[in-house]
Design a protein around this ligand. Sequence first.
Ligand SMILES: [Zn+2]
Length: 183
Amino acid sequence: MAVLGMGLLGLTPGLPEDALTTYVETARCATDAIESTTRCTTGRHSLRVLNFGKMAATFAREGEVEAVRVVALESSRLAADRLHPEVATSRARQVAAYRELPDSDLFRVERVRLKEPPQDPHKAPRTRGVCPRCAESFEERRGVRVPEGLLCASCAGGAYFEKAAEPLGSRAGKGKGSLVKTL
Ligand SMILES: [Zn+2]
């Protein structure tokens, strides 16, 4: 997938490539494979994991909205099963089939336009603000503007947790030790 996408952008897989940003739409093992092929990393913000549960990835050059999206075809799974019924696991059948089948049997490729061009955040000025709701500081460009002010993305609806009713430290002395000490 990554080899195909990078090739369409004229880039060489396996070489460190500062100009490339990859958007992966799954958080499964394919993400690790794409990371090692593209050399994009989350720390450099060149690998962006959007877990839509889709076997798809988009490849773009820094600063450009024109990009290439590669989607793994569901039919390639069936083709792999037909091609290698002797191989025990579905994953191993797919790996074998990936080496043999042409890209057109494995992937659908489309040209897409990104909503905004990928930028290296390390090159952009970072202004920080304080969320009026949770009082935590955050990078303003990650915030969401509402009538109340500029909220952090968590308070604006993106929270992955909610506050526990039990106050922190109330479990001290229970189990493996105090939660306060762990933090
Ligand atoms: Zn907040």
